[in-house]
Design a protein around this ligand. Structure first.
Ligand SMILES: Nc1nc2c(ncn2[C@@H]2O[C@H](COP(=O)(O)OP(=O)(O)OP(=O)(O)O)[C@@H](O)[C@H]2O)c(=O)[nH]1
Ligand SMILES: [Mg+2]
Ligand SMILES: [Zn+2]
Length: 337
């Protein structure tokens, strides 16, 4: 398979492979000669992640020796939940053109969370697209869609059961284009992958068992998949904890009106509480900015600062009835694959 068809945009395609999955010290690669196992020797200052392009040389045993990490066009990062606060950022996905920010049209929908994903996506350099999933179980998605559209990204309502809205995704999923799927566990990321692949390549969440209240993630590692039409999707496990890392660019884009005011505060690190000469407070009292937006902005800032204690602690809720899962299976069977 041609590396350019896999999204490579550089000028030296010699020995370039794309990372389709990254485990601790084992990498799944796709290169000109197909899939191979990648191994890495020595100390790498930055480890490859899913979506990365690496230069790798075939070894006698059929494995590939990875030699260099190629520059990343885009990179989605979040705070690494395995290290202490403010210690490190975890590279979640690299070289994607779009991030499909997914939330289902039910209790999962939270504007605050969408805003947080939008911030991180804008920092990544990729274009955010909001997908509101499970349209089939939402009698009136209009108000949700309107709320999401208010955040300034394109919004599509889709269903992996009925296929509604899926044709709208064709505009993004052109050959050589990569989209990463992000969103809480259970919103239907893998179901979307399966729908677009035309077959069940990813395991999806079936009926919940009694002990499932622990909050299980059906997808356990990030993976790059090649769609029949030539585009690529990165399926990811739901992110329970999505601490912020560097908010210097993204927050301003999500809250331009507040960021602009802030520059006029007397103190450079004004907390906009009761500091003298606070321009944000003044605007709030004058009714120029919404208290809700300010609340969200401050919460995100707090989270960015203390991301070790914040994050999504809320447990995933039971949202599907087994009847719906069955309906989905029936529908898939009926698609005649
Ligand atoms: N009604 C309905 N149910 C859906 C739809 N898409 C997914 N589901 C159901 O939602 C549940 C979760 O779907 P998954 O695709 O496993 O969710 P996920 O986002 O991949 O979850 P993780 O892998 O844990 O992050 C499953 O029971 C699916 O059958 C949809 O469009 N409509
Ligand atoms: Mg999944
Ligand atoms: Zn202020």
């Amino acid at each position: 398979m041609d590396i350019y068809a896999m999204g490579y945009r550089g000028t030296d395609p010699e020995n370039v492979c794309r990372v389709t999955a990254a485990h601790r010290n084992r990498f799944e690669l796709m290169g000109r000669d197909g899939a191979a196992l990648g191994i890495l020797k020595g100390q790498w200052p930055v480890l490859p992640t899913v979506g990365d392009f690496v230069r790798a040389r075939p070894l006698p045993g059929g494995e590939m020796l990875m030699e260099a990490l190629l520059p990343r066009r885009t990179l989605f990062e979040r705070r690494d939940p395995t290290v202490g606060r403010d210690k490190g950022a975890q590279a979640v996905a690299a070289n994607m053109d779009y991030v499909f920010i997914m939330t289902s049209l039910n209790r999962d929908f939270r504007v605050e969370r969408l805003e947080r994903y939008l911030t991180l996506t804008r920092q990544s350099g990729a274009e955010p697209v909001i997908l509101l999933t499970k349209k089939d179980i939402c009698p009136d998605p209009g108000p949700w869609a309107a709320q999401a559209e208010g955040l300034g990204a394109r919004v599509h309502c889709v269903s992996a059961v009925t296929g509604e809205g899926m044709d709208e995704l064709a505009a993004y999923l052109r050959p050589g284009i990569t989209a990463a799927l992000l969103g809480s566990s259970g919103v239907g990321k893998s179901s979307l992958v399966n729908y677009l692949m035309g077959e069940d390549v990813m395991r999806t969440h079936a009926t919940r068992s009694v002990d499932a209240s622990k909050g299980s993630h059906t997808t356990t590692y990030r993976q790059l998949l090649f769609l029949p039409g030539g585009a690529m999707l990165m399926d990811t496990p739901g992110m329970r904890e999505m601490g912020m890392w560097d908010v210097s660019t993204g927050l301003g884009e999500a809250f331009p009106e507040i960021e602009a005011l802030e520059k006029a505060c007397r103190f450079r690190n004004c907390g906009h509480q009761s500091e003298p000469g606070c321009a944000v407070r003044r605007a709030l009292e004058a009714g120029d900015i919404s208290p809700k937006r300010l609340g969200q902005y401050l919460a995100l800032k707090r989270e960015a600062r203390y991301s070790g204690s914040a994050g999504e602690t809320e447990r995933k809720k039971q949202e599907e009835k087994s009847a719906l899962t069955r309906a989905m299976r029936r529908e898939r069977a009926g698609r005649g694959k």
